[in-house]
Design a binder for this molecule. Structure first.
Ligand code: HEM
Length: 363
């Protein structure tokens, strides 16, 4: 597709597909022509669906709370949570990576970062699972049920965060909600509803993606044991292995935009108002950009993959996702002397835009 039809119109979906690195890069770099207001903002706008200048203002505000230091300070906690999770599950040297580590780790970390008390952790996990749950089956009733469940979970979560918000307003603590409450630019602060929506966005944007990154990295090391050996011999490759996983098996394989005016890409005329899907998964394997694109190189450098997107919407949680994946990988390698896939049927995540599996047993 990348070679023969680098830009094509998908009649079934009614949207354009873009496959080449250069074209995807150009789209993500030009938010004025390719808008993020893609109709996902039914329940109110978030950072992810805002355009400039509103996006810049909001992003600067949340950046004040979501700082690299706040993230790096989490390293010791991420290490102990990972070890605790593994203590509970490694029996007879077996575990399911998705269920036992890659799903609970990001949920617990984000709960702690936000300041959710540990007694409410399970409640919080149930809500956040429901928020990202896909449709079971393909009937209209199943879809309607999923939407109803999500709406209910979102409403309950918003109410829950509101209680936390009010508590922190009276008595600030060292957590993200307290920091969001005081973040200020030119005398302007975030409104209560904006903070609530942002907290929910973090769950939706950060949990399943990080789960898939951790699982995809372990999956690779079991599919290609030579890579596992190489990383064991060179622990300094853990960081670049995480980056290479984001290139080779990116958790998000496609990013949507809407054209704000007629524009030509790869010789095709895209009309104002049409949807454009940028296939990051394909761009990340473009031989025009990456040498031996289909080879996983645990020490690949430079690695300008777009697994976290590119431009003004570049993933806000990238430092956190990287840190969790690096720590999880290091600990898995040290606690398993030789990770192997415990052959079992795998269930892919039923979304064309996500690359991941629902289970990954290893021994
Ligand atoms: C944006 C991927 C983890 C929060 C994005 C975008 C991508 C992405 C591709 C850009 C979307 C676009 O351009 O429309 C990933 C992947 C992750 C990950 C692959 C894990 C491996 C996280 C985490 C958080 C997070 C852990 C927060 C806790 C966000 C937010 C945005 C975003 C808030 C919107 C930024 C903006 O619009 O300015 N992510 N993400 N992500 N991500 Fe992530």
């Amino acid at each position: 597709l990348r070679e023969k039809t680098p830009v094509r119109f998908d009649e079934d979906r009614g949207s354009w597909d873009v496959f080449r690195y250069e074209d995807v890069h150009r789209i993500l770099k030009d938010p004025a022509t390719f808008s993020s207001r893609r109709g996902l903002e039914v329940r109110g706008e978030t950072l992810l669906t805002m355009d400039q200048p509103k996006h810049t203002h909001m992003r600067n505000l949340v950046n004040k709370a979501f700082t690299p230091k706040a993230i790096n300070d989490l390293a010791p906690r991420i290490t102990s949570i990972t070890n605790e999770l593994l203590d509970q599950v490694i029996q007879n040297g077996k575990m399911d990576v998705v269920h036992d580590l890659a799903t609970p780790l990001p949920v617990i970390v984000i709960a702690e970062l936000l300041g959710v008390p540990s007694k409410d952790r399970m409640l919080f996990k149930d809500w956040s699972d429901t928020m990202v749950k896909g449709v079971e089956g393909n009937s209209e009733e199943a879809f309607a049920q999923m939407v109803a469940e999500r709406d209910k979970a979102e409403k309950e979560l918003a109410e829950y965060f509101l209680t936390i918000l009010n508590e922190r307003r009276n008595k600030p603590e060292d957590d993200l909600v307290s920091a969001l409450l005081v973040a200020e630019i030119d005398g302007e602060k975030l409104q209560e509803q904006e903070i609530l929506r942002f907290c929910i966005l973090l769950l939706v944007a950060g949990n399943e993606t990080t789960t898939n990154l951790i699982t995809n990295a372990i999956r690779l090391m079991t599919e290609q044991p030579a890579i596992q050996d190489q990383v064991r011999q060179h622990p300094e490759y853990v960081k670049t292995t995480v980056e290479e996983t984001l290139r080779y098996y990116p958790p998000i394989v496609a990013i949507g935009r809407i054209a704000t005016q007629d524009v030509e890409i790869g010789g095709q005329l895209i009309r104002e108002g049409q949807q454009v899907v940028s296939w990051v998964g394909s761009a990340n394997r473009d031989p025009e950009k990456f040498e031996n694109p289909d080879t996983f190189l645990p020490d690949r450098k430079p690695n300008p993959h777009m697994g976290f997107g590119f431009g003004i919407h570049f993933c806000l949680g990238a430092p956190l996702a990287r840190l969790e994946a690096q720590i999880a990988l290091e600990i898995m390698l040290s606690r398993f002397s030789d990770m192997q896939f415990a052959k079992a049927p795998l269930t892919p995540i039923p979304s064309p835009f996500v690359f991941g599996v629902k289970n990954y047993p290893i021994t």
